[in-house]
Design a binder for this molecule. Structure first.
Ligand SMILES: [Zn+2]
Length: 675
């Protein structure tokens, strides 16, 4: 799944609904002339020009690690969801859906009861872990933890077979780390060394909170760090994992089990309750060989501590305040630079969106999203798909043979707009008022089980991987579809009041972005049916790679304060999508305008409006900590590089703003272009 941005939630409010909302829910801010920094030179730093005044006037709130146009929508969305949840939690007569979301939210908010109970609700789970005496017990307990959503030792779930997109098979993958990514365990710069030290201190304090004495806790934390470092060593890094071929190793179940034959796989699969499997995808076989070594060397006492720590840390949000605070101190404050924890209601809204996403999402859609929004978006999608066909037909570097196949793939893409046609059935999930931890664990188990039960069944193409209020979008290469949740179909992305130039620059570029994901370094490896199947002539593949190298070099040149560079390979797919997306939106706008001009706005003509509409969706203030983490873990480049990296590749931008050759926003002879 290739999303537009790192996860956030958001909201769409129709004009009629706004009138009924409390006054603090302002209209979503759309295109904003006041955001522009007219003192900046658009040809030197276009991002500063489009966003400079917004950046100055929108410092990062203390409970956030970044603040952006996405966050503005997200905040409004959360307020809407909060209203839905509060109403459901106090209503006297409720249907099954409202009972679930209402009691879930009420229990999550009831901090007093959670504090009073201490670790008691977790005790039976901890007892199970401490009863583990041998590898057989360990295998059963890992299955139990996987069922309740705790990431330990490795991952097991279901997924479409890369080479047969109609089939859902089991997927075994690396996992079990507490730091964000493999390289966090091995980088040698001072910040990385400090991060590992802080992590060990965090584990120590978490274990102390469970009643372990300081010295013992510190020793156990060291053991956990050693164990995770060994898992990290056997893991594949995020950049290599971008290649679908690198994470596809289909094998017979017995072959898989032999990779780590000290583990009691039959005990594990029975406890996990997976459907019968003949074969499965083992994403990283080497990881399981590494696991085998650990099973032979790590003591049962160390396994116990490792499992207990991850169970506690994963559920910190619904444990007493000391646990929640310690979890925030490391994962929030230290790693992302947020100063304060989010108010409890925001955390509980987020948790409800995560655990009961389509119950809450249905209530949200009923309240906010109309038919009209869906139709207007579809029209735009159609125009941008037509622009892509036109663009493909005129590409000089691609042979007619591959062009024909590319057009077939383009025409096979399905569009999903707003929300699912068929809502998920949560009737088997029990939500109990007053049992916050139980609700969280049962919700995890419900979801894990739902994923596992897909194994051996036909693919459900109607399913969504984002909830309706999410301010984001994605392309799914195995489904060959693009998905736009209701949450992003509103200002500043899509503004009914704005003219076409601004909307094409904003949501148009987003639609184009998702479409071209089907043709980036990963997406192009999948055929129209979503199968990993090479449809390129060798010459075209080579020409493609040459063009992509230009983007790798361009973005690798972007540097954060403190010396961290963008990873040109990790962000390649997203950068290709940004560059291709704005190109397609530009073509579609030129088609629609057909030589006509639009009224000027703030002195800007339609071409300038297009670029400003694009630039302004990315206005973002971010803490240095969050920027560092994004640069090291996220396939999306930092927002200011997404803007400047893109426009500087477009001669049309140079012309629109009359930029002289040689200025930073004019790459001219070095300009990159694939699509
Ligand atoms: Zn993307």
């Amino acid at each position: 799944m290739y999303s537009l941005r790192f996860p956030l939630a958001g909201v769409l409010i129709s004009a009629t609904l706004l009138a009924q909302n409390p006054p603090d829910l302002k209209t979503a801010p759309g295109f904003d002339l006041g955001a522009i920094d007219r003192k900046a030179n658009p040809c030197v730093d276009f991002y500063q020009y489009a966003c400079g005044t917004w950046l100055k006037n929108n410092p990062i709130p203390p409970d956030q690690s970044s603040w952006s146009r996405f966050s503005e929508l997200d905040e409004r969305n959360q307020a809407i969801l909060r209203g839905i949840l509060e109403k459901a939690s106090t209503a006297t007569t409720r249907d099954a859906d409202n009972q679930k979301i209402g009691d879930y939210y009420f229990s999550c908010m009831d901090e007093t009861s959670i504090d009073k109970k201490g670790l008691q609700p977790m005790q039976s789970e901890l007892d199970r872990i401490h009863a583990v005496k041998n590898t057989r017990d360990l295998s059963a307990e890992i299955a139990r933890l996987h069922r309740i959503g705790v990431d330990v030792l490795f991952n097991f779930s279901s997924g479409q077979d890369f080479k047969d997109s109609n089939a859902v098979i089991g997927q075994a993958d690396q996992g079990g780390l507490g730091l964000p990514e493999k390289d966090y365990y091995f980088r040698t710069d001072p910040k990385a060394v400090e991060t590992r030290k802080e992590y060990v201190s965090h584990i120590t304090r978490m274990l102390q909170l469970t009643g372990v004495a300081r010295a013992g806790a510190a020793k156990q934390a060291d053991a956990i760090m050693r164990l995770e470092t060994a898992l990290a060593k056997a893991s594949l890094d995020i950049t290599t994992r971008r290649d679908p071929q690198a994470v596809y190793h289909k094998m017979k179940l017995a072959e898989f089990e032999a990779l780590a034959d000290s583990f009691s796989w039959s005990v594990y699969f029975t406890a996990l309750q997976t459907p019968k499997m003949e074969s499965l995808n083992v994403a990283v076989p080497e990881f399981f060989k590494g696991e085998e070594k650990l099973l032979k060397t790590v003591s049962m006492a160390d396994w116990n501590t490792y499992l207990a720590y991850h169970l506690i840390d994963s559920q910190a949000a619904v444990l007493p305040t000391q646990f929640t605070d310690e979890n925030f101190a490391f994962h929030g404050k230290y790693l992302t630079g947020a100063k304060e924890q989010k108010p409890r209601w925001k955390r509980c809204v987020r948790a409800a969106d995560g655990d009961l996403g389509e119950v809450l999402g249905k209530a949200y859609v009923d309240l906010t999203f109309g038919r009209e929004g869906k139709q207007r978006t579809l029209d735009m999608v159609n125009h941008i798909e037509a622009a892509m066909a036109q663009d493909l037909n005129t590409l000089a570097w691609m042979t007619p043979e591959t062009k024909k196949k590319a057009l077939e793939k383009l025409h096979a893409i399905t569009n999903k707009i707003g929300y699912p046609d068929k809502w998920r059935d949560y009737s088997a999930l029990k939500i109990v008022r007053g049992d916050a931890l139980g609700n969280s664990l049962r919700s995890n188990e419900f979801e894990v089980n739902r994923q596992l039960q897909k194994i051996g069944k036909p693919v459900d193409r109607t399913e969504w991987q984002m909830t309706p209020p999410t301010v984001n979008a994605y392309y799914d290469p195995q489904m060959n579809n693009i998905n736009f949740p209701a949450g992003i179909l509103q200002p500043p992305f899509f503004d009914k009041q704005a003219d076409d130039a601004i909307n094409y620059g904003a949501i148009g570029a987003v639609i184009g972005h998702e479409l071209t994901h089907g043709f980036d370094d990963q997406g192009r490896q999948f055929d129209p049916k979503g199968n990993l199947n090479d449809w390129w002539t060798p010459a075209d593949a080579k020409a493609f790679d040459q063009r992509e190298q230009c983007f790798i070099d361009e973005y690798a040149g972007f540097e954060l304060k403190g010396g961290v560079h963008m990873n040109g390979k990790l962000t390649l797919g997203e950068n290709t999508a940004d560059n291709g997306g704005i190109r397609l939106a530009w073509i579609a706008l030129m088609n629609d305008l057909a030589g006509k001009t639009l009224p000027k706005l703030g002195g800007f003509d339609e071409k300038q409006q297009f670029y400003l509409g694009f630039g302004q969706i990315w206005c973002t203030n971010e803490t240095p900590e969050a920027e560092r983490m994004q640069a090291q873990t996220d396939p999306h480049a930092i927002d200011r590089f997404r803007v400047n990296g893109t426009v500087s590749n477009m001669p049309e931008f140079q012309k629109a703003f009359g930029c002289k050759d040689g200025l930073p926003m004019v790459r001219d002879g070095n300009a990159c272009r694939t699509w």
